[in-house]
Each structure stands twice: as structure tokens, then as C-alpha cells.
Design a protein around this ligand. Structure first.
Ligand code: FNR
Length: 355
């Protein structure tokens, strides 16, 4: 196992086919899903030479939490689909490599148990429910056990039409449920997952409701799923602490811009007022370097961590994150950059051959 691609191939043969489709797939024609990967190939690196690169420092902070590398675990639901140790294994792995983890609302482990297993900083991802008391309870629980930020996912007011899941009528296997909400889907329903979740997530949640969220908690608020300068500027004006530029790994609006394409306009619109992270399609350390050069403070990685866990639980997740870190470190050194402050847009030029 030398590359993330090796983990992809191994995981694919281990995960039950419908669960694999749920993890691997995107919405619609999966155009955005493919573009997320292709986007990084549109850039080439401009290495500077004769720099002393005997030390390379990848440390940074994310909303004040020190991390060893600018690569974090994106929130993905239902880790129990790939390993019985689920989110606890992931939290352990992230902490061991010094990476931050964002825990999904739809974890298959209770958020308190994930916090107990964690060795590093955690942020809690939040889908706002129609029944606001459920979300209120989740926010309070996360704050009580030391989660350091709330990541509100804003690109999923309704669920994208994921063709593979619809064809498979994908539902969670017996025994697996969103552990934070004992009542879902233990209501006896075997409906397709999207239909189950759609009953709970509030499609009316909008800008004005952020004030309600802020009134519940002292935790910083992060918006995940912003893709335009307009929304980014509005978020910064409202005092949001960070933005994750993201198209949800190509699982929501098919045909949307890639996060990488949207990143420069978001960075420019917030003008330093909040931190900007990005996710979608990072499969190499050099991909992370491109995103950092375009102004991201860190990248998040979704599917590859699940591949790692499918192969060998915490050890696999740790290895995936370590491979990405090692590749980033090598790419930085070969570009003559020894710390993240020296990674900027001068590192990039457009590829002359567009994929
Ligand atoms: C996700 N993603 C996601 N996002 C979120 O805010 N809450 C969630 O519960 C989930 N669940 C989820 C499940 C699975 C199986 C995947 C693949 C993705 C989106 C995720 O946080 C992230 O935006 C993308 O996965 C990033 O793209 P890559 O790294 O998977 O290409």
C-alpha cells in the first residue's frame, strides 16, 4: 500500500457492493465527481531550487487548534459500513498523525464515544433538523464533550439524486443506525437512506437561522459547502469563523463548479476575515499543495479515509493520512518550500495541456 489508489483498489474488493456505491458515487451523471479529480491536473508546480529543505514544517492551526499537517478528515456518515470500530477508529487514527477530524451528524458511533477515543481536535458536523430541539441537543452534547467547532453543512438542504443509491434502493444494513439519534431509522422503516434522512433535515434552514444557532453555543461556526464569492462574503459579514469550500464530493449538485475552481473567489471575498478550507478529490500530497497555493488553510479528505478503514480500521486510516502527509512534505521540499507560509500562488501555473 504505497498510494491512496492502492487503498481504493483494495477497499473496493472488501466493501459490500451497495455500500461501496454509496461511498464511491456522486449525484446525477457524476460529472462533478469526475471534475473534482481532474481539476488538480489543470495546474503545474513551479519549483524553486537551491533552497535548504533539510527541514520541512507542515504545522499550522485550524481555528486555534494546533495540527501537525494541513490535512483533515472530512465528515462522512456511517463509518460502521466499512469497519466495526467505525468513527472511534478514525478519531484515533487522525489524532495519531496530528490531523483534525470532523465528525458527521450521521456517525454510527455516539459523539461522546468518538470524543473519548480521540487523540486530537474534533469538530462536529451539523445537519439542522426540522425538529430544532434535536439539533439543539446535538450542539449542546458536542460542546459538553470538547468538540471545538460546529461545521454546518449548507449544500444539502435537499439530498442530491444519487443514481447508484436509487438503483440499489440503498438502506443501512440491519444493526447500523445514526448513533446520535436512537429513533432514526429504528422506526421500522427500510426505506432508501435518502428518503429516511430527508424526513429529518430541514430544507427551510437559511441565513436568518444562523442567529439561532449562534445563540445556542459559544463554539465557532464553520459553513461547509460554500462555492461562491457572494455567499462567502455574506458568511464573513455574519462572523462565521471558517468556510469549507466544497461540492460535497460531487454528491449534491451535479454540474456545480469544483471547489478548487471556486477557491480563489472565496479567498478573495473573505479577505482574511475567516479561515478557508477546501475539499473534494484530494488524492495526492501534490493535490493538497495546489489547494494550499490557491489560498486554502487546509484540505479535507473524505473517501480515501474510508478506503483506509475498509482495509484495516484505524491502521488503514492512519496510513492513508500518513501517505498524504509524506507526499505533501516531499512535494513542498521539491518546490523549495519549507513551511506553509511560503506556499502561495507563485507556485502554480496553468497546465498547457488541459485534461
Ligand atoms: C460525505 N460527505 C458528507 N458531508 C457532510 O457534511 N456530512 C456528511 O455526513 C457527509 N457524509 C458523507 C458520506 C460519504 C460516504 C462521502 C463520500 C461524503 C461529504 C464529505 O464531507 C466531503 O465533502 C467529500 O467527501 C470530499 O470529497 P472526497 O475527499 O471524498 O473526494
Amino acid at each position: 500500500m504505497v498510494t491512496l489508489d492502492d487503498y481504493y483498489t483494495a477497499a473496493r474488493s472488501l466493501v459490500e457492493p451497495a455500500a461501496w456505491d454509496y461511498i464511491d458515487g456522486g449525484s446525477g451523471d457524476e460529472t462533478t465527481l469526475r471534475e473534482n479529480l481532474a481539476g488538480y491536473r489543470r495546474y503545474r508546480l513551479r519549483p524553486r531550487v537551491l533552497v535548504d529543505v533539510s527541514r520541512c514544517d507542515m504545522r499550522t492551526t485550524l481555528l486555534g487548534s494546533p495540527v501537525a499537517l494541513p490535512i483533515a478528515v472530512a465528515p462522512t456518515g456511517f463509518h460502521g459500513l466499512v469497519t466495526s470500530e467505525a468513527e472511534s477508529a478514525c478519531a484515533r487514527a487522525a489524532g495519531e498523525v496530528g490531523a483534525l477530524m470532523v465528525v458527521s451528524t450521521f456517525a454510527t458511533t455516539r459523539l461522546e464515544d468518538v470524543a473519548r477515543a480521540a487523540r486530537g481536535p474534533l469538530w462536529m458536523q451539523l445537519y439542522v433538523f426540522r425538529d430544532r430541539t434535536v439539533s439543539e441537543d446535538l450542539v449542546k452534547r458536542a460542546e459538553a464533550v470538547g468538540y471545538r467547532a460546529l461545521v454546518v453543512t449548507v449544500d444539502a438542504p435537499v439530498r442530491g439524486r444519487r443514481v447508484r443509491d436509487l438503483r440499489n434502493a440503498f438502506a443501512l444494513p440491519p444493526g447500523l443506525a445514526p448513533a446520535n439519534f436512537p429513533d432514526i431509522p429504528a422506526d421500522g422503516s427500510s426505506a432508501e437512506l435518502a428518503a429516511q434522512l430527508a424526513r429529518h433535515i430541514d430544507p427551510a434552514f437559511s441565513w436568518d437561522d444562523l442567529a439561532w444557532l449562534r445563540s445556542l453555543t459559544r463554539l465557532p461556526i464553520v459553513l461547509k459547502g460554500v462555492l461562491t464569492a457572494e455567499d462567502a462574503a455574506h458568511a464573513a459579514e455574519l462572523g462565521v469563523a471558517a468556510i469549507v469550500v466544497s461540492n460535497h464530493g460531487g454528491r449534491q449538485l451535479d454540474g456545480s463548479v469544483t471547489a478548487l475552481d471556486a477557491l480563489p473567489e472565496v479567498v478573495s471575498a473573505v479577505a482574511g476575515r475567516c479561515e478557508v478550507l477546501v475539499d473534494g478529490g484530494v488524492r495526492r500530497g501534490s493535490d493538497a499543495l495546489v489547494a494550499l497555493a490557491l489560498g486554502a488553510r487546509a484540505v479535507l479528505v473524505g473517501r480515501p479515509v474510508l478506503w483506509g478503514m475498509a482495509v484495516s480500521a484505524a491502521e488503514g486510516a492512519r496510513d492513508v493520512l500518513s501517505i498524504l502527509g509524506a507526499e505533501l512534505e516531499t512535494a513542498m521540499a521539491l518546490c523549495g518550500r519549507t513551511d506553509l507560509a511560503s506556499v502561495d500562488a507563485s507556485l502554480l501555473r496553468p497546465a498547457s495541456h488541459r485534461p
